[in-house]
Write a protein that binds this ligand. Structure first.
Ligand SMILES: [Zn+2]
Length: 83
């Protein structure tokens, strides 16, 4: 058994996160608290993650642009002809 430093509950080792157990001996985080911690971390770094995601999407778009260009160009040309 190990005491969770998050909720203070005595939990069996299989319910503890091994990473946090290794860091400071017997007191670690249980999987529930680790999940809550992860959610809080993500919320705190949401803006940063959003920017990371945006950068990723932009790099994906630039690589798939050539594939989309065929249909987009065709549609635009057709529209211009109607005008
Ligand atoms: Zn806990």
């Amino acid at each position: 058994m190990a005491v969770c430093r998050g909720c203070g509950a005595d939990k069996p080792h299989e319910e503890m996160v091994e990473l946090t157990l290794a860091q400071d001996g017997s007191r670690g985080l249980c999987k529930l608290c680790q999940g809550a911690y992860n959610r809080a971390w993500r919320k705190k770094h949401a803006q940063h993650l959003l920017e990371l995601g945006r950068g990723y999407r932009q790099s994906v778009l630039s690589t798939t642009k050539d594939l989309n260009l065929g249909t987009n160009g065709h549609g635009r040309r057709r529209h211009a002809a109607v005008r």
